[in-house]
Design a protein around this ligand. Structure first.
Ligand code: GUN
Length: 283
């Protein structure tokens, strides 16, 4: 029997329905949630991601504004823009799309966004709360979306062995913290480019989260039969096709598998909508 293919798009749409009810309620109290997305340059993939975020805002009734800055914008110009949005009370969420071209320091930009408007959850104060086991801040969207998918599938997380492949600031590190946090209670191994026995670690895991950005890295003989495999990767093959970090053959072994596209991506956007609503509620 093959894996259940987890329909991230459908789960995300049902979450967005609840969010739109929350938006309507908040609007009746006089607060209209408003997300501002800044895009620097013309990267085609970023354009697609940003358009998808705007469409989600429309579905949820969240006001969205797109600020387009030129490819050669300086760090000072980007920081000035963030600063002006920080002090604009009509703006509840600020997101600067990554990657930012040129010499702009993304960490400096993430740190400049007010933690209360940091709907990406990348500000050191929000990541720091995560370390302290405090989930009242704005959580990074992709890891939050993955946890929701696991819960939606009824996956037993308490005591489960989870391998997180990748240690990025955006996915791997916060994902590991969330899985190991009190109340989720998984046991996590962080796997990275210098890890020994990666295949063995994966084979012993009940949950494998692949976020290395290496197309089809995770093979079927790496996976324990019945395991839950989450594919966070999204790259293009030389032939131009979208590819996740998990080989499609894994579906023959795994119990659950998230597809690319249509898995983690829509969940990330739903969590962005949820963070924007939360930020507006707390404004
Ligand atoms: N680029 C790709 N994914 C993301 C994301 O979740 N947030 C931001 N700001 N940029 C991205």
């Amino acid at each position: 029997m093959g894996a259940v293919i987890v329909d991230g798009k459908a789960i995300a749409l049902s979450i967005e329905k609840t969010i739109s009810q929350g938006v309507t309620q908040l609007a009746s109290e006089g607060v209209s949630p408003h997300l501002v997305v800044i895009i620097v340059g013309e990267d085609p993939a970023s354009r697609v991601y940003v358009r998808n975020k705007q469409r989600a805002c429309e579905r949820c009734g969240i006001e969205s504004t797109l600020i387009e800055m030129s490819e050669d914008s300086t760090q000072e110009e980007v920081l000035d823009m963030v600063e002006s949005l920080n002090s604009d009370d009509s703006v509840h969420g600020i997101l600067v799309q990554s990657p930012i071209p040129g010499d702009v320091d993304e960490l400096a930009v993430a740190s400049a966004i007010s933690p209360r408007k940091d709907v990406d959850g990348f500000h050191p104060a929000n990541l720091g709360r995560l370390v302290q086991g405090d989930s009242s801040g704005l959580m990074p969207c992709t890891p939050a979306g993955v946890i929701r998918m696991l819960e939606h599938s009824g996956m037993e997380l308490v005591g489960a062995k989870a391998a997180v492949l990748g240690r990025s600031r955006i996915v791997g590190m916060p994902m590991s913290l969330m899985l190991a946090s009190k109340g989720v209670d998984a046991t996590v191994t962080i796997v990275h480019s210098r890890t020994h026995d990666v295949e063995l670690i994966c084979r012993e895991s009940d949950i494998v989260i692949a976020a290395m950005g290496r197309p089809h890295l995770v093979k079927s003989d790496w996976v324990k039969p019945g395991a839950y495999v989450v594919d966070v990767g999204i790259s293009r093959t030389d032939g131009g096709e979208l590819a996740g970090d998990v080989d499609p053959q894994v579906a023959k072994v795994a119990g659950w598998m998230t597809p690319v596209p249509g898995g983690v991506g829509p969940m990330t956007i739903a969590m962005l909508m949820e963070n924007t609503l939360t930020a507006a509620r707390q404004s």
